[in-house]
Design a binder for this molecule. Structure first.
Ligand SMILES: [Zn+2]
Length: 75
């Protein structure tokens, strides 16, 4: 439901991967439809795929983000 790796996701955008963040704060809110542009490295958990708009928010709000941040740009 929330943090499982991309299984069954439709290819979307140049990277073929979709942003993993949500449009709103509530867990039941819609998934962000934007293609992922970056990954954010985390302790223990899988890296998060995010679009440009969610990069800053995810860095500050997602659990277990490495600090200083380890950000990779997807191609
Ligand atoms: Zn997004």
């Amino acid at each position: 439901m929330n943090d499982s790796p991309a299984e069954g996701l439709e290819p979307d955008g140049a990277s073929g991967r979709q942003c993993e963040r949500f449009q709103g704060d509530a867990p039941e809110s819609e998934r962000c439809p934007a293609p992922a542009q970056f990954t954010i490295g985390r302790h223990v958990y899988f890296p998060i795929l995010v679009c440009t708009a969610h990069l800053g928010l995810a860095l500050l709000q997602a659990p277990n983000v490495l600090w200083p941040p380890e950000i990779t740009r997807l191609k």
